[in-house]
Design a protein around this ligand. Structure first.
Ligand SMILES: Cc1cc2nc3c(=O)[nH]c(=O)nc-3n(C[C@H](O)[C@H](O)[C@H](O)COP(=O)(O)O)c2cc1C
Length: 223
């Protein structure tokens, strides 16, 4: 694994633990049940985000339900779990509309329960402009939330030209010719190993937050 990935992961893990520590400074209240339920929700068009969610799930131990945003009831899902990990692909500068609808319509119920978010995209985060673009995707993703997730990361995606809809293929051919000065070809930059490590880190954080039958509330919040 390249060293820049290791240092970025270490940084993200440290940031996650610092945030958790900060939150633990707030009041901690017991959950009603014995067991915490976690949903890993993904929003995909061509499958790379579904695969990444599966690798994250494999990196976690314990029960985690893998849910496709297209197939789930918003209200039942938001009410049925104690914590959430949520991920989306990126298409033409935006994350999945239905995922944004879910986060926006269930903001109150989801408040404080979104442990981690991730995006799967084609942007190279190794450049300054790429970093900025990815940060913009996360801004859009997190805009409906009242509190930020403990962990966030992005992963490489995939384009298989033969699988694209005609509309998407034409848009991408134009984008590649105009901005990248190249022809559109298939590529696969998915990251099974790094996604697994993200899952492992999420599981550690989850057990810290909920494993002792506790959940985090900010000081002064109701209930
Ligand atoms: C029509 C289309 C538009 C895309 N636009 C962007 C984009 O604006 N920014 C980006 O970083 N990646 C973009 N990508 C790359 C996707 O994020 C990548 O293919 C990812 O794997 C998509 O997730 P999915 O495979 O789960 O559908 C685009 C891909 C497609 C097919």
């Amino acid at each position: 694994m390249p060293s820049d990935l290791i240092s970025r992961r270490d940084f993200l893990v440290k940031a996650a633990w610092s945030l958790a520590a900060l939150n633990f400074g707030c009041s901690i209240t017991s959950l009603k049940g014995d067991k915490s339920k976690t949903a890993l929700i993904y929003a995909t068009k061509y499958g790379a985000t579904r695969d990444t969610a599966g690798w994250i799930r494999n990196g976690m131990s314990g029960e985690v339900d893998l849910l496709n945003i297209e197939d789930m009831s918003f209200h039942r899902t938001a009410n049925g779990y104690d914590s959430f990990i949520v991920g989306s692909g990126v298409w033409i500068g935006g994350i999945h509309n239905r995922l944004l609808e879910f986060l926006t319509s269930q903001t109150e119920i989801l408040d404080g329960k979104i442990l981690a978010t991730f995006i799967v995209c084609g942007t190279d985060g190794g450049t300054e402009s790429g970093k900025k673009r990815i940060s913009g995707y996360f801004d859009q993703f997190h805009a409906p939330l009242k509190r930020m997730p403990h962990m966030s990361d992005y992963f490489g995606g995939r384009i298989i030209v033969d699988q694209l809809t005609e509309e998407d293929r034409e848009a991408l051919i134009k984008f590649y010719r105009t901005f990248l000065k190249s022809e559109l070809t298939s590529w696969d930059r998915t990251e099974p190993d790094r996604a697994g490590l993200f899952g492992k880190d999420a599981a550690r954080l989850l057990s810290k937050v909920t494993g002792k039958n506790t959940f985090i509330k900010t000081a002064g919040s109701a209930g």
